[in-house]
Design a protein around this ligand. Structure first.
Ligand SMILES: Cc1ncc(COP(=O)(O)O)c(C=O)c1O
Length: 386
């Protein structure tokens, strides 16, 4: 366990800390829940700062934009582990990938337009492409069942269909829903294989495994993954890839923010923090009513008081938690909000009010704390440069 107070005094708040010991344990736990024919895919969108830390323990990285590709490529991630995915595959980016890089990148096909683009560019550069066709769940992602069949029937020999990708949403805790999905997927795969005389060797499935962020929730995670694994056992003759973002990354992250001001009026005790909803996003938080896991530093024995925590954005919406009971606060006290390793650092309204983006620190027991991103001044981004 890192010495939070030491880290905060060195790097200052607001600050993200990604603990790679926690991350490694988490990935080992997840790997351990699945059968031998099943491997993990990390959805890079969840946290772009950790791919190198988990490269040896996941089979693949799901990359959804040229930006995510550039990050992983610059980190030296094995391109043989990259699946180029995403609803918008723009021509310049895909042309660069197909022309510059070896044949090992795998691509998802999410529309007939994407299929045509990949076909044209693979022919132009004489490349063999490995593809996963993404089946839609009824939203803007993926192709419909007829388009899926059409691609299989007409694809040229240099486009190898390795399998199917299916993802229908995040934070799905209903095992009944997942059972319905896997049954539907199995029926579709079996039917397509029979009808088209093809074997879909790979099933890449994103179950949207949930993370429980709030103190009022309980969840038996072992049971959840064991049941998911059992449901996927119908694909025992295939290679199954479980595509996860949140469930891999969330637990490694802590966000530190300090009390910078306090006031009391007829509506209660107001605490102003140096962070805010520009940095801290908890999926499922509603009207700041739910209490995430957090700690307050330094530890101090004192009476309890009720506070509402506000961020530094000049908007009434910037409430982190309403009416929580904590020991009496003072300016300079630090809140450590837990489970912020997925999405939080990128999903907030981080350009609003031209507040700086926080530092990011990686920590592990052997190497200690290393800053991997300095403060970013959004005033440079929000500046009218003329
Ligand atoms: C195709 C795909 N796979 C995987 C994920 C990761 O989802 P989660 O973070 O819920 O595991 C997403 C998230 O949007 C996605 O779009």
């Amino acid at each position: 366990m890192p010495n939070y107070e030491k880290i905060v005094s060195e790097f200052k708040t607001p600050l993200y800390l990604f603990d790679t010991d926690v991350l490694s344990k988490r990935v080992a736990y997840l790997n351990g829940r699945f059968s031998d024919n099943t491997a993990l895919v990390y959805a890079v969108k969840a946290n772009t700062f950790i791919p190198r830390e988990i490269e040896s323990d996941v089979a693949r990285f799901e990359i959804c934009s040229k930006g995510e590709f550039d990050i992983c490529n610059k980190l030296g991630i094995d391109r043989g582990k990259m699946v180029i995915s995403g609803v918008h595959k723009d021509r310049p980016s895909i042309e660069e990938m197909i022309s510059l890089y070896d044949d090992v990148l795998k691509y998802t096909v999410e529309s007939i337009g994407q299929y045509e683009l990949l076909k044209e560019l693979s022919a132009k550069y004489g490349r063999t492409l490995h593809l996963l066709i993404r089946l839609t769940s009824g939203n803007q992602f993926g192709v419909n069942e007829d388009e899926f069949r059409r691609i299989i029937k007409e694809h040229p020999a240099n486009m190898i269909i390795d399998g199917i990708e299916y993802f229908s949403g995040t934070q799905k805790h209903s095992l009944k829903k997942i059972a319905r999905e896997t049954e539907k997927l199995y029926a579709f795969v079996t039917e397509v294989e029979r009808e088209c005389g093809i074997t879909l060797r790979e099933i890449e499935y994103g179950p949207g495994a949930p993370v429980f962020y709030f103190q009022d929730e309980t969840f038996d995670e072992d049971e959840y993954f064991d049941e998911l694994n059992r449901q996927l056992s119908v694909f025992s003759d295939k290679k199954v890839y479980i595509e996860l973002g949140r469930s891999i990354a969330a637990s490694c992250g802590t966000y530190f923010t300090s009390v910078v001001d306090m006031k009391t009026n007829k509506n209660g005790n107001f605490v102003i923090l140096d962070g805010g909803i520009n940095h801290l996003v908890y999926y499922g938080q509603t009207m700041a009513m739910r209490v995430p896991y957090f700690e307050v530093y330094p530890e101090r024995r004192d009476d309890t008081e009720t506070y509402t925590l506000y961020g530094s954005l000049c908007t009434v919406n910037d409430i982190i938690v309403k009416s929580i009971d904590v020991r009496k606060l003072k300016k300079g006290d630090v809140f450590a909000f837990k489970n912020v390793g997925a999405y939080s650092a990128t999903e907030g309204i981080s350009l609003f009010l031209s507040r700086d983006l926080p530092k990011i620190v990686l920590y592990n027991r052997d190497k200690g704390a290393i800053m991997i991103r300095d403060v970013v001044k959004t005033s440079d981004i929000n500046y009218p440069d003329y």
